[in-house]
Design a protein around this ligand. Sequence first.
Ligand SMILES: CC(C)(COP(=O)(O)OP(=O)(O)OC[C@H]1O[C@@H](n2cnc3c(N)ncnc32)[C@H](O)[C@@H]1OP(=O)(O)O)[C@@H](O)C(=O)NCCC(=O)NCCS
Length: 197
Amino acid sequence: MLQGKKTSLRPLEETDLEVLQAWYNDQEVNFWANAAWPLSTMFNKDALAERIFQSGEAGAGLKDEYRYAILTDDKKMIGYTGFRQMNIPARSATLFITIGDKAYWSRGYGSDALFTLAQYLFRQWNFYRLQLDTWDGNVRALKAYQKVGFRIEGRLREARYVLGQYRDAVLLGMLQKDFFADHPDLAAGGIPGEQNS
Ligand SMILES: CC(C)(COP(=O)(O)OP(=O)(O)OC[C@H]1O[C@@H](n2cnc3c(N)ncnc32)[C@H](O)[C@@H]1OP(=O)(O)O)[C@@H](O)C(=O)NCCC(=O)NCCS
């Protein structure tokens, strides 16, 4: 369990599939997450399990991505986050996040979960660069990502098609050295329960 300020992260479990399926098939969640509803992802539970877990069963090993449930303080699952597209020599990965429970949008949960994941990936996995993207109309996502420390690095002009309009994709990145410069207390040490000999 990774503990943030207002969220915690834990690996996905098979019992999460039902709520994940509801979010995957939620028009509004999908619109903001992909800017492309309706999708070809009207997943049933088996298809979703196949997509998330290698053999269709939780615990059987994740596909080329690491995906975690986002929990509130009272252990309610409100979304998921994770990373994929790891580049080992560059020590980089692409993050993703969805707060599927709309009642929790714009209340600081997404940025807290992302910060918690980024901190873990920089400190424990020793990633050098994390990146993610959205489209220019997703102001809430852009604000949340920048609050965490991601910087806008570029735009893919008119790369997304949203309700009859071509819109820019926005690419954001964060480097480990910038993260540690912003949070020197997290740069080294701080091992929970460390004992002096
Ligand atoms: C994007 C997402 C992860 C962000 O998480 P969140 O918990 O809603 O975001 P946060 O509350 O941490 O930060 C959002 C910020 O945007 C602000 N905001 C929200 N809507 C806004 C708008 N229309 N205009 C300007 N600011 C807005 C919020 O007030 C907040 O800023 P503040 O903390 O300074 O007040 C979440 O909203 C989500 O999953 N949305 C649906 C799917 C999606 O968009 N996924 C991302 C695909 S790339």
